[in-house]
Design a protein around this ligand. Structure first.
Ligand code: PLP
Length: 340
């Protein structure tokens, strides 16, 4: 029983190579579930690209990408904090660059690891991590300064990037490491700042050629069911005659009743209301497609499989069929990733 990601490798790699060629100073990001591919797969892919550094999310991920064969520099994106022993151990590693986002952390690191390689994070309109202009200037002592990090919101603005970069550079010259600028804006920034620039890219690199990726589930069982018959863990009654189709893919894979989405548009709110009404009627649309349509869950997903509801005289599928499933790639862990 398999939830599978099938990758058209030559198309996927062609996209990676063309994006990297378009973005001088690109730094691939491989973190978390490896954008659905797994960190090991991404470490191997990144090794084939012309880049001297790979960014991971947290200290624990460094060992994973190295075990998969990555042997160049690694940047740990989540900023160092006191008490994080895994991150502290890496301060002594000459191939690791540590992110520092608070003046007090910089002081601690200076005392414990005076020759660590550090990048300093500037706070942006994201307001996640980072230092403010009022925290500058900073005394770096003997630390090896690798540059400034500016992590913008999605579709970040060139104006904000330029203002923050010039504020940082007035404190100290060094490379500017960006994320979330358009390629065109990044190129403008690159020529205007007068220092080396780097751009971290994850989603656009790994998921930017969606037609190269196919996500499928396997039909594990099909049962005829009569109206009023009870089914599932929750023993709900079947609303009419039809079929229950059991497919691979459940909570362990990150298959949820509904993936959360940002609700900025009126249309999106409308979709949520419609989904709510459906759920109130006991039918939540699943991400699984049978005979060209997304089918409702018969009940919430189980650990490794899901029960779907099919009305009609024929189920339209049989055991062993592969059916399309829509996956949110940053929350799905596939049983198999096939590079064809
Ligand atoms: C995750 C992350 C990125 C990459 O983000 P994508 O949207 O996947 O390209 C870049 N910079 C930082 C600091 C991150 O945490």
């Amino acid at each position: 029983m398999t939830l599978r990601l099938t990758v058209a490798t030559s198309q996927w790699r062609a996209h990676q190579r063309s994006l990297i060629a378009d973005v001088p100073g690109a730094v691939p990001v491989a973190k978390g579930n490896g954008y659905g591919f797994g960190l090991d797969v991404l470490a191997v892919e990144a090794s084939k690209l012309r880049t001297d550094a790979l960014a991971v999310g947290i200290a624990q991920e460094v060992a994973t990408v190295r075990a998969a064969g990555w042997n160049r520099d690694v940047v740990v994106l989540n900023p160092w904090r006191p008490g994080d022993t895994a991150a502290t151990d890496l301060l002594a590693d000459p191939r690791v660059i540590t992110m520092v986002s608070r003046a007090s952390d910089l002081e601690s690191i200076q005392h414990s690891h005076p020759h660590a390689r550090v990048q300093l994070e500037i706070q942006t309109s994201m307001h996640r991590h980072g230092m403010l202009g009022s925290d500058l200037p900073l005394d770096l002592g003997t630390l090896q300064f690798e540059g400034w990090s500016i992590h913008l919101p999605s579709e970040g603005s060139l104006k904000e990037a330029t203002a923050l970069a010039s504020m940082a550079l007035s404190c100290r010259r060094g490379a500017i490491w960006m994320s979330h600028l358009s390629v065109a804006d990044y190129r403008v920034l690159r020529t205007s700042v007068g220092v080396q620039t780097r751009m971290r890219i994850g989603t656009r690199l790994w998921l930017g050629a969606p037609s190269a990726l196919e996500t499928t589930a396997t039909v594990l069982d099909v049962h005829r069911i009569s109206r009023g018959e009870r089914l599932g863990y929750h023993q709900t009654k079947a609303p009419r005659d039809g079929f229950i189709v059991i497919v691979s893919g459940g909570t362990a894979h990150g298959i949820a009743l509904a993936a959360p989405v940002p609700q900025r548009s009126l249309r999106q709110r409308g979709v949520t209301v419609a989904e709510g009404l459906m759920a109130a009627a006991g039918r939540t649309l699943s991400p699984f497609t049978i005979a060209g349509r997304k089918r409702p869950f018969a009940e919430p997903p189980h650990m490794h499989s899901s029960m779907l509801w099919m009305t009609g005289a024929e189920p339209g599928v049989e055991v062993g069929d592969e059916i399309p499933v829509t996956c949110r790639m940053t929350t799905t862990s596939f049983d198999e990733v096939i590079l064809t």
